[in-house]
Design a protein around this ligand. Sequence first.
Ligand code: DGP
Length: 129
Amino acid sequence: MLHKIMAYKYEDDNIFAKILRGEIPNDTVLENEYALAFRDINPQRPHHVLIIPKGRYVSFDHFAKEAADDQIIGYIQAIGAVCDLLNVSIDNGDGFRMIANSGQHGVQEVPHLHVHILGGSSCGKMIQS
Ligand code: DGP
C-alpha cells in the first residue's frame, strides 16, 4: 500500500509574512503577542478584517495540529477581541461571517493562515451552489 507523505510547507515570502515583518504596511485593527488583525485590502463588506497568527502556519488545519496551546488560545481570543472592536459580536451587534479559505479547493490565495471576519451588512447564503 502506498502512503502519501505530506507535510505543511510554509513559504516565508508570502505577503502576510511580509506584513508581519513590517515590510508592507497594513491598516492594523489589533495586535498582540500571538496575532495581527488588519483590514482586507479589497473589502467585501463594510467590515472586513483578516486575523493572522504570528507563527508560521499555512492553514487552519496546520495550525490546529501543530500550534502550541498558548498560540491557539491567543489567536482565538484575538478573533473574539476583533469581533468586539468591530461591534459585530452577537451579544451587542448584528453578527458576522468568519471564513478560513484553505488550500486549492478552499481557494486560498495567501498561504499564511488567516480568518476573514466580515460584517456590517448581511453576508447572504453560506456558499454558492
Ligand atoms: P484568501 O483567498 O482567503 O487567501 O484571501 C486573501 C485576502 O488577502 C484577500 O481578501 C485580499 C487580501 N490581501 C491580499 N494582499 C493583501 C495585502 O497586501 N494587504 C491586505 N490588507 N490584504 C491583502
